[in-house]
Design a protein around this ligand. Structure first.
Ligand SMILES: Cc1cc2nc3c(=O)[nH]c(=O)nc-3n(C[C@H](O)[C@H](O)[C@H](O)COP(=O)(O)OP(=O)(O)OC[C@H]3O[C@@H](n4cnc5c(N)ncnc54)[C@H](O)[C@@H]3O)c2cc1C
Length: 202
């Protein structure tokens, strides 16, 4: 960091609910298998009514972006936290938004199920997944909004404001700014998420 020639004023634009900017990557996503009684690892009988309601509400607005425990991509998300304790939590489903519109749709769907379940269908948000304790960015039996596909970093034309996606890590920011000869004070560990550190850090 000391080699940077000048400091940039970096505004981490915290999206009013969850996301930091409107740009996003578009990795290909595979549609989760339908929930069916013949599914080896996850039968209808296994799925709580809250999970079913959350899955249905999310899949309606974000088809192909909602993962169940029987999906390999679910396991990849569940086991990508910093701590083992957090990885031992099993959400009912995981939604992976690709842009701001997806985040808004997911939150709207989950808020509606939360209301109709009288507050029992809870959800959590995962940024960089670096908070060490269980339940910080995951939720047993609930829905997780996994922000990690939204990690674009952009610099404005005046080169004094940088917008950062809600799932970016500090490594994404540092590696983008360094060639621009700009810097920002962020996490010492570059794998820490921008979202969690900006909202609280430690
Ligand atoms: C090895 C290590 C090094 C660290 N170094 C530093 C350091 O140098 N400086 C420092 O201040 N802290 C440091 N921390 C603490 C770190 O800042 C916090 O744990 C921080 O919350 C991690 O952010 P995250 O996005 O990776 O976490 P997550 O665990 O994903 O999220 C933490 C909280 O923020 C919420 N959240 C995350 N992203 C979003 C989003 N886009 N929208 C809404 N909510 C969101 C989550 O819901 C959760 O409640 C370190 C932690 C570790 C384990």
């Amino acid at each position: 960091m000391s080699t940077y020639l000048r400091l940039s004023r970096v505004a981490v634009l915290l999206f009013s609910s969850l996301v930091l900017d409107t740009s996003a990557e578009s990795p290909s996503m595979t549609a989760p298998p339908p929930i069916s009684a013949s599914d080896n690892s996850h039968t209808i009988a296994d799925i709580s009514s809250n999970t079913r309601a959350q899955y249905d509400a999310l899949a309606k607005v974000l088809p192909g972006k909602v993962l169940l425990p029987s999906d390999a991509t679910y396991q990849a998300s569940r086991t990508s936290y910093f701590s083992k304790q957090e990885e031992e939590i099993s959400p009912g489903c995981i939604v992976k938004p690709l842009n701001t519109e997806d985040v808004a749709a997911a939150v709207k769907a989950l808020a509606s199920v939360y209301e109709s379940s009288h507050g029992s269908a809870k959800f959590a948000v995962k940024g960089g997944g670096h908070t060490p304790w269980a339940g910080s960015a995951s939720i047993q039996g609930g829905a997780v909004v996994d922000m990690t596909s939204i990690k674009a970093v952009t610099l404005n034309s005046d080169r004094n404001v940088t917008s950062v996606g809600g799932g970016a890590r500090w490594s994404d920011v540092y590696s983008y700014l360094e060639p621009e000869k700009l810097a920002v004070s962020g996490g010492r560990a570059a794998q820490v998420g921008v979202g969690g550190l900006t909202l609280g850090g430690s």
